[in-house]
Design a protein around this ligand. Structure first.
Ligand code: NAD
Length: 443
C-alpha cells in the first residue's frame, strides 16, 4: 500500500511535472527508529515565560541554544509564549520566528508553549494566549518541507510535566501531527510519573489493544511493545490466526472475542485479572465503517458502527474501572477520527460514533482518580486496509488535502498513543490530538 503519487513526484520527471503544474509535492517524512536520537540536530529556544525550556531539553538529551548563529541550520524551534500577556506583545512571535524560518532543516519541529486561555489572569492575557492557536495553525500550513508546528498549553504549576510532551512533539515520532494543541494539567496540576528507562518507558506495563491483528492496531501493539509493554491483543475470532501471529512475535498474549458481545467486557476483565492482576494501558482501537448516505442507511449499518466504535469502548472501560483493574497512573486511549470532527459524506453513523468518542473522553477525564488519564487520537487519512477500500478519486483527494500532501502511516497514530501512554504523561488528560498531517478539512 505505497503512495504511488509520492514516488512519482520525487522522481526527476515527476518533479518537473509537479513544479510546472503546481501540484502538491509530498516530502519524505522522517520517522523515528529505535536507537536514534530524539532530535537529530540543535533546537533554538526563545521567548520569556514560566518555562525553563533549556533545562527540559537538557534533561531529554536534546541540544539547544538561545542564540542562533548565522548560516547554521536547525532542527527545531521552541518558543515560550507564556510571558505574552497582551495582544501587542504577540509581536515577539514575529521577532523570533521570521529571521529563523529559513534556517530550518527539512522535517523540522516547531513548538510554541502557552498558558491555557481559561487559566489566564486578565482579559488581555486570555486574548494573547488564544491568539497562539491561530498563529501555530497558520505557520503549520505554510512551513512546508515536512516540518510540523504545534502548540502546548501548560497549566501554571505544571511546567515540570512537559518532558514527555516535548519529547514527542520535537522528535520524528510526531511526523504526521501538525497544527495541534495539547493541553497539560487540564484537570489540575498532576505530578509527572517517573520514566525509569527512557529507551523502555513502558517497561513492566500491560497494554490491551483491541483490533490488534492488522492496520493501526497492529502498529500500536508493535510500538507499545517496542517501548517495553506486555501486549494483550484482542480481535474477532475470524482474525485469530493474524492476531496470534502478531502477538507471538511480540511475546504477548491474546484474546479472541467480538467486543460488542454481551459478555465481552466481563471476559476481558476476567482475563486481565487472572493473567496480569490489572492493566496499565487500554487502547480502544477496534473500529468499523458501514458507509451509506443517511437517506439510504439501514438500521443494522447504523447500529453495528455505534456498537463497535462507541458502546463497546464505553462498556469495557466502565467494567475495568469498576473492578479496579486499571492500575495507578493508567492510561485509557480512544481512537476517534477526523470524520468525527469535520463530518464526511456517507459517514453519519461513523462520524457520530467518532464524535461520541470525543464526548466519552470529555465525560470521563475529570472523573478519573489515581493519576489515570483518558485521551484520544483522531487520525486523518492513514494508509491501511480500511482506506484501501476507499474509491480511487476520493482516496487521492483524501491523501493530498493536508499540509504534508500525503497520507499518514499506522505508526504515526501508534507514536501519538505511545506519548499518551508514557508514565511521564500524567498531566495529559482529556486531550484529542489529530494525527492528520494538518488536514485542510474541518477545524
Ligand atoms: N485508516 C484510517 O485512515 C483511519 C482514520 C481515522 C480513524 N481510524 C480508526 O482507527 C482504527 C483502526 O483502523 P484501521 O484502519 O486499522 O482499520 P482495520 O479495519 O484495518 O482494523 C480494524 C481492526 O478492528 C477489528 N475489529 C473490528 N470489529 C471488531 C469487533 N467487534 N471486536 C473486535 N475487533 C474488531 C478488526 O478485525 C480489525 O483487526 C479504527 O477505530 C478506525 O475507525 C482509521
Amino acid at each position: 500500500m505505497n503512495d504511488r503519487y509520492q514516488s512519482f513526484s520525487s522522481s526527476p520527471i515527476g518533479q518537473m511535472f509537479v513544479k510546472n503544474l503546481g501540484l502538491p509535492s509530498p516530502e519524505k517524512l522522517d520517522r523515528w527508529h529505535e536507537g536514534a536520537p530524539l532530535v537529530d540536530g540543535t533546537v533554538v529556544v526563545g521567548g520569556t515565560g514560566r518555562v525553563d525550556v533549556v533545562s527540559v531539553l537538557d534533561g531529554l538529551g536534546i541540544a539547544s541554544t538561545t542564540k542562533a548563529a548565522e548560516g547554521e541550520k536547525y532542527k527545531g524551534l521552541v518558543f515560550d509564549a507564556t510571558g505574552l500577556t497582551t495582544p501587542e506583545s504577540l509581536v515577539a512571535l514575529q521577532e523570533f520566528f521570521t529571521p529563523l524560518l529559513r534556517s530550518l532543516k527539512g522535517c523540522a519541529r516547531v513548538v510554541v508553549i502557552g498558558t491555557n486561555p481559561t487559566q489566564t489572569e486578565s482579559t488581555d492575557e486570555r486574548i494573547a494566549q488564544r491568539a497562539l492557536e491561530g498563529f501555530t495553525r497558520s505557520l503549520g500550513k505554510e512551513i512546508g518541507k515536512g516540518s510540523t508546528v504545534n502548540l502546548v498549553y501548560v497549566a501554571p504549576g505544571a511546567e515540570s510535566t512537559l518532558d514527555s510532551t516535548l519529547a514527542f512533539f520535537l522528535s520524528p515520532k510526531s511526523a504526521y501531527v501538525s497544527g495541534q494543541v495539547a493541553r497539560l494539567g487540564l484537570t489540575g496540576t498532576k505530578k509527572a510519573g517517573k520514566v525509569a528507562d527512557a529507551a523502555k518507558p513502558l517497561a513492566g506495563k500491560v497494554a490491551i489493544v483491541t483490533g490488534a491483528s492488522r492496520g493501526i492496531g497492529e502498529q500500536i501493539a508493535r510500538v507499545l511493545h517496542r517501548d517495553g509493554a506486555t501486549i494483550l491483543g484482542i480481535d474477532v475470532p475470524q482474525a485469530a490466526s493474524e492476531l496470534q501471529a502478531v502477538v507471538k512475535e511480540l511475546d504477548g498474549d491474546f484474546l479472541t472475542l467480538d467486543i460488542t458481545a454481551k459478555d465481552a467486557a466481563q471476559r476481558i476483565a476476567h482475563h486481565v485479572s487472572e493473567k496480569f492482576g490489572g492493566v496499565d494501558i487500554v487502547v480502544h482501537n477496534a473500529g468499523i465503517t458501514r458507509d451509506k448516505k443517511l437517506a439510504n442507511m439501514a438500521e443494522d449499518r447504523w447500529n453495528s458502527v455505534i456498537a463497535v466504535n462507541l458502546s463497546a469502548p464505553e462498556r469495557i472501560t466502565a467494567e475495568l474501572l469498576e473492578q479496579g483493574l486499571i492500575n495507578k497512573n493508567g492510561r485509557i486511549i480512544g481512537v476517534s477520527s477526523i470524520a468525527g470532527i469535520a463530518g464526511n459524506v456517507g459517514q453519519t453513523n461513523y462520524a457520530a460514533s467518532k464524535a461520541g468518542v470525543i464526548g466519552f473522553v470529555d465525560a470521563i477525564a475529570p472523573t478519573l482518580k489515581n493519576d489515570i488519564t483518558i485521551n484520544a487520537v483522531a487520525p486523518g487519512f492513514i494508509i491501511t486496509a480500511m482506506t484501501a477500500a476507499v474509491p480511487f478519486a476520493t482516496r487521492e483527494v483524501g491523501q493530498r488535502m493536508n499540509a504534508m500532501a500525503q497520507g499518514g502511516l499506522p505508526v504515526d497514530v501508534a507514536e501519538a498513543i505511545a506519548w499518551y501512554s508514557s508514565p511521564g504523561s500524567s498531566a495529559v488528560n482529556g486531550n484529542v490530538v489529530r494525527v492528520c498531517g494538518q488536514m485542510m478539512l474541518g477545524a
